[in-house]
Design a protein around this ligand. Structure first.
Ligand code: NI
Length: 176
C-alpha cells in the first residue's frame, strides 16, 4: 500500500481523459488499494485515478460516517439522471475551496467492482453528487469548471497563496 501524491488544480494533468480499464489484473488491484489508502489519509470521500496521475477509469468512494464502506467503481457510466440539487462541493485537488455546484439529484449508473463484476446502482444525495464529481475527473473536468471565470481566477490565486503559506485547510473533510 502507498499514499500517492494528489495533483492540485490547475495542474494540466487533471485535464487528461482517462481510458477504460480492459483487464482487472494485479496492477488494478494495487491501484485501487493505493487510491483507497490515499483517500482515507487525505481525508476525502472520493478519489478518481486522474487525481493521482493515472489515466484509467477507476474511482474510489466512501461516503459513510464510519469510513468503512469502500465503493470501488471501474469504468463507471451514468445511465440516467433526474432532478437537480445544489450543494457546496470541495475537492482534494482544489484544497481549501468549497463552492456551490448544481448536479442531478438522482442517478442510476453501472460500474465494475474490484473483482470485475458489473453492478447497477441507484443513488441520491451525497453519493449521487460524489459519483458525478468523480466521473467528471475521469473526463478531465474539475468542479470549479462550473463556476464563473472570475471565481476560478480567485480560486487559483487562493491556492497559490495557500501553497506559499503552506496553510493546512480544515475544509478537507468534505473533499471529493
Ligand atoms: Ni475532486
Amino acid at each position: 500500500m502507498a499514499i500517492l501524491d494528489i495533483l492540485v488544480y490547475p495542474d494540466p494533468r487533471l485535464r487528461r481523459k482517462a481510458q477504460p480499464v480492459a483487464v482487472i489484473d494485479e496492477d488494478i488491484h494495487q491501484l485501487v488499494q493505493d487510491m483507497a489508502e490515499t483517500m482515507y489519509h487525505a481525508p476525502g470521500i472520493g478519489l478518481a485515478a486522474t487525481q493521482i496521475n493515472v489515466a484509467k477509469r477507476v474511482v474510489v468512494i466512501d461516503c459513510s460516517e464510519e469510513r468503512n464502506d469502500l465503493l470501488v467503481l471501474i469504468n463507471p457510466v451514468i445511465l440516467s439522471t433526474s432532478g437537480e440539487i445544489e450543494t457546496e462541493e470541495g475537492c482534494l485537488s482544489v484544497p481549501g475551496i468549497v463552492a456551490p455546484v448544481t448536479r442531478a439529484e438522482n442517478i442510476s449508473f453501472s460500474a465494475l467492482d474490484g473483482n470485475g463484476q458489473e453492478n447497477l446502482y441507484t443513488a441520491d444525495g451525497l453519493l449521487a453528487i460524489c459519483v458525478q464529481h468523480e466521473i467528471d475527473h475521469l473526463d478531465g473536468k474539475v468542479f470549479v469548471d462550473y463556476l464563473s471565470r472570475l471565481k476560478r481566477v480567485r480560486i487559483r490565486k487562493q491556492i497559490v497563496k495557500d501553497a506559499h503559506d503552506s496553510k493546512e485547510s480544515d475544509e478537507r473533510a468534505v473533499a471529493l
